[in-house]
Design a protein. Structure first.
Length: 270
């Protein structure tokens, strides 16, 4: 598709938290990058590319309950539009482990396990619908179901709140998986290079870390004033399939390295 063998990667949401890491890794690996955000979308429509990475999906889970029509547009309608607005050899769709009704254990998050959409949260249901659109419209696609993230430009989640001194909205014993966005970007291009088209994969750090432990790594972080009754959550998707294709870094290592980077930078790197 590209002249003289030059590969083109079009990144939707290329200036966002996840998309900026994808665009940077594509450029590092020698791809020609087409960075498309909301303001450039209409002008870029009709473009052809070897790889289309849609990093433009909504990640605000609460929005699906508060305004399901808007969240449907952001998570489902926008995906269908992108599949038809751009001519891509391989679309890479960034989804979420919330497509599993029970995302608390590797035993309940096998990528090929049947999913009952009636059991999903509104957010998970919309993300599940978007995956079906991608599978219907693109034979050579890659679907990555993601967990939590750290990395430059971090702007929300519990680790952001701990760093910013914002009270947690979940119990400090909640456990999550995390990847650095830059590691996700490396995973994307490693999988593309390995010919993993047609696969669904959980893209998460190996194992979990409790927020209470993360707080202990942040100087001055104080959990003593948290209110009672905060919900306790646990998210741990299976990483066995991804680990069979390339190494999966431990969640704890990803988080500790990011916190070290924050200390060196005097705050969240931009």
């Amino acid at each position: 598709m590209s002249a003289a063998g030059q590969r083109t990667c079009l990144v939707l949401g290329a200036r966002g938290f996840v998309g900026s890491a994808i665009a940077a890794e594509a450029a590092r690996r020698g791809w020609t990058v087409l960075a498309v955000d909301k303001d450039e979308y209409d002008a870029a429509a009709g473009s052809a590319c070897d790889l289309l990475v849609n990093a433009n999906g909504n990640s605000r889970k609460y929005l699906a309950a508060q305004d399901p029509k808007q969240e449907f547009d952001l998570s489902v309608r926008s995906v269908e539009r992108s599949l038809h607005d751009f001519r891509a050899d391989v679309p890479v769709h960034l989804s979420t482990i919330d497509v599993y009704a029970d995302a608390s254990s590797p035993a309940t998050t096998d990528e090929d396990a049947p999913i009952d959409p009636a059991r999903l949260s509104p957010y998970g249901f919309h993300k599940w619908l978007a995956e079906r659109l991608v599978e219907h419209d693109a034979r050579r696609r890659l679907i990555l179901r993601m967990g939590g993230f750290v990395g430059p430009r971090l702007w929300k989640n519990s680790i952001h709140d701990l760093l910013a001194g914002v009270p947690l909205r979940v119990h400090p014993d909640s456990e999550y998986q995390y990847l650095d966005t830059r590691e996700l970007a490396r995973i994307v291009f490693d999988l593309v290079a390995a010919g993993a088209e047609g696969m669904r994969l959980n893209a998460c750090g190996a194992g979990t870390v409790a927020l209470r432990e993360v707080a202990s790594w942040i100087p001055g972080c104080d959990l003593s004033a948290l209110p009672a009754g905060l919900p306790r959550e646990r998210y741990e998707a299976s990483t066995a399939r991804l680990a069979a294709l390339r190494p999966v870094p431990p969640t704890r290592d990803m988080v500790r390295a990011f916190l070290d980077e924050c200390r060196t930078a005097g705050g969240i790197p931009r």
